[in-house]
Design a protein around this ligand. Sequence first.
Ligand code: AMP
Ligand code: MG
Length: 487
Amino acid sequence: MNLNSITFDNSYARLPKKFYANVNPTPVKNPNIIKLNTQLADNLGIKLNNIDLEKFFSGNSLLEGSQPIAMAYAGHQFGHWVPQLGDGRAVLLGEIIDTNGCRRDIQLKGCGPTPFSRMGDGRAWLGPILREYVLSEAMENMGVPTTRALSAISTGESVYREKEFPGAILTRVAFSHVRVGTFQYFSARQDLEGLKILADYVINRHYQNCVNDKNPYLSLLKEVIKRQALLVSKWMGIGFIHGVLNTDNTSIYGETIDYGPCAFMDEYSSNKVFSSIDQTGRYAYKNQPEIVKWNLACFASCLLPLIDENEKQAISLAQNVVDEFSDLYKSYWIKIFRNKLGLSKVYENDQKLIDNLLNLMETDQTDFTLTFRGLSTLANSNSLEFKKYFSNQNKINEWINNWRHRISQEGKEKKDIAKLINSINPSYIPRNHRIEEIIDKALEGDYSYFELLNKVLNKPYNDQNEYKNFQVPPDINQIVTQTFCGT
Ligand code: AMP
Ligand code: MG
């Protein structure tokens, strides 16, 4: 046993007691490793054999130096204020410094009740754990900031939801688990001291560049806004719908967090919603930027007393920064979509060219991933495949002619245009029907589908000829129309 291969630090546990509850994971009956993310383990400098992994990442034993805590936070869920949420089924074991010198949170998810569990059992069933594993790692491989999955372990115990399911635990790794909701927790309690300690902690841990600014808290707001604008633009670029964009699921570091009912679109529909609990479409694909902005406005309002003693002045300063979100987001979005069309140069009509394609895609509900990826073949040849996606051949021909004219203005060889297109438009996404398939098979005890999907999604931008069937959208009887929080 190599206990010393992980050196924990517990900077969050050194904050005042009101930031968390000390709580140990609840041991489980029969932990079995389903998957260890060896790449990530190497990056974290973690070397444990399977027996140790099963012991420590199931919560059955505590690693030396770990001071487990459940973090306190609040949040707006679907716009409704909830003064206390907190880690109800997760425990932060501590932080480790990875091989790049970055501090990373190591958290167990599904490891038993905490003082924040309310009516919940603190557990998770196998389905959501495998889902989060596949989706979060796919996001990482697509270059989208995200929490990571280090391991998945089955518990040998049952979890009861609408029926009985096998339990599982995920080891989640994040640059930080501080959320907008963490700030709201202290703000709502008018705990200015707590707020300042939290803001200083976050600046010191993540935004050192703000330390010496004239107004570090205003700079913090700017930085978080920048990260979130970039994050949501990346989601839009790959057709990702988060599904529960509550303030407690909005990371201060700008990582994708909480893979509950999230999903990737197959056919393009800007109003697309998957989550069963999102009945009004609040978190629909196209609403995501506005919602993130709303969440950031909540963050800004928490920071007001730190930004300026004079409330009016603080509001005016913060409002200006929040207002910058829209232009910032737009600038990230258009850069991504230009690249998706193989364009790097900036021309005034680009927005129109992008919108025109999206409109045609929406009319025919073409597959978001295949359509954009198809542009790379089209750049090299007069591919008929691409045109087949569309019903109105006149319109798509006209669009293609405009696009060909526009790519000629890039002054690049066709193969380089195609290369750019392939570098930003994934060939493989974690399609919902594939996720369902791996969960169904895992429930029968067969993890080979889970393994294979992870393997294919390890290189989402590569053409992997032997796995072409993973590119294919669902058959009519495979379509997944709804996703669930799966708690
Ligand atoms: P989420 O929908 O995952 O963002 O969770 C919202 C809140 O519910 C958080 O405070 C979670 O910790 C809590 N929660 C979700 N599932 C459970 C569960 N099975 N047991 C206890 N608390 C839970
Ligand atoms: Mg959450």
